[in-house]
Design a protein around this ligand. Sequence first.
Ligand SMILES: [Ca+2]
Length: 348
Amino acid sequence: MVITSMPRFGYAVLLFILASISASPSSAQEQPALPPFEEWLAGVKAEALAQGIRAETVEAAFAGVTHDESVIAADRNQPEKKLEFPTYVSQRLDDRRFARGRDKMAAHKAELAAVAKAYDVQARFIAAVWGLETNFGAHSGGRNIIQSLVTLAYDPRRTAYFRKELLAALKILDEGHVTVDRMVGSWAGAMGQPQFMPSSFKAFAQDFDGDGRRDIWDSYVDVFASIAYYLKFYGWRSDQTWGRQVTLPKDFAERAAQANLAPPSTRCALRNHIGNMTLAQWQALGVRRLNGAALPKADVMASLARPDGPDGAAYLTYGNYRAILRYNCSDYYALTVGKLADMLKDFE
Ligand SMILES: [Ca+2]
């Protein structure tokens, strides 16, 4: 799911507000009260109209929309226990996923090549994100996006964030990019084959086939171009890969302490990385390729990720890896995209 930085900021503010409320003794445990559903929905409709969204769009979008308890159940049923990375990868990169990726890259070879050239992003990375998000278009989520967003926006925990996403979704309908019956996605509001939230759609979705609609549901080139533009926007370089698994010397902890290696950023997954230096500097610190060979002599900056802690596998990650983290800020996700792209390298 693509979540841009604004929503995270909004969420942080909301958490702060909730914390302030529960800090007052009279309302401990209480969440901000929302009006009854129908009254609340009327307020959303009024806001949409005030934003210039046409009445017929608003009426069509909300026809038959209800508060969907299954969305709330899905939201509250997310696994709390974190999987070890090898388990996470094995659940996502099995033989069937690889075979489907290989077949889909062959079926859309010309379209992927055209988009790769236009946006300067290697086809295997576009395919890998597509593969991880929706199994190459097989599982976009069959839910009505308006229904998912209405339900989440009416839930007091993140009402401001999802109300904004709901209004963005109405704007997308009003602009005619998709019809309401085709605007499907996940229970969490992520839409179409690249799983863009509505705000990400507004910022990043592309109309590559030039029919006037940014169609991330049914136009393959629009899907590919939208993923490619997202990565490009966040600094993708087509002369580099994502990074690589490496081996560390036995005394790496002491060497890292001596070199004063600190996290390269405080931003989500990067706060668990260390170092931000050239491959030559990593080489001097004793880091090698998985087969023991010297690191490439390229002039590339890298930070070290160890998703299962200091005793688990180690990866040097490059600038492109940070672009993948913008799509979903999890080392597990970004490493799996990188591994899938490596597996698909011969099919570009
Ligand atoms: Ca289009």
